[in-house]
Design a protein around this ligand. Structure first.
Ligand code: HEC
Length: 109
């Protein structure tokens, strides 16, 4: 009985030492690598800031990026749908800026 106790206690300390050495990042620090292209960032351009402000509260910019190139009428309908159907709170002038921006950067004339 006594001999097995003497064997297991050093073993437990050794295991704890290994666990501590592997976890060498400072306590409370976590690093997460996010997938690219699905963040809240829109392509740069006039209106990108408004899009980032009003179009990423419910979903990422990927919802815009994965659409086929839409024309101005189609983007306007999309923005209207976000406001009227899904309740996005976007002032009229910002909505017009966003439609112009989306048509230029993610659409066709
Ligand atoms: C109030 C929340 C909300 C805001 C703000 C919002 N959306 Fe959406 N959006 C949604 C929802 C809900 C869906 C549908 C999600 C689904 O079907 O999985 C969606 C879907 C989309 C889609 C995919 C196509 C479709 O019609 O379903 C696009 C493109 C899109 N949003 C663009 C925008 C743009 C551009 C803005 C800014 C003008 C915006 N969204 C702001 C809620 C929002």
């Amino acid at each position: 009985m006594r001999s097995s106790w003497l064997f297991f206690v050093p073993l437990a300390f050794a295991a704890a030492g290994i666990a501590f050495a592997e976890n060498s990042a400072p306590q409370g620090t976590t690093t997460i690598a996010l997938p690219t292209g699905v963040g809240p960032t829109f392509k740069p351009g006039p209106g990108a800031k408004a899009a980032g402000k009003y179009c990423t509260t419910c979903h990422s910019s990927a919802y815009v990026a994965i659409q086929p190139p839409l024309n101005a009428t189609q983007w306007a309908a999309e923005v209207t749908k976000m406001r009227k159907v899904y309740g996005a709170s976007i002032p009229d002038d910002a909505a017009a800026t966003i439609v112009q921006y989306l048509t230029t950067e993610y659409g066709k004339p």
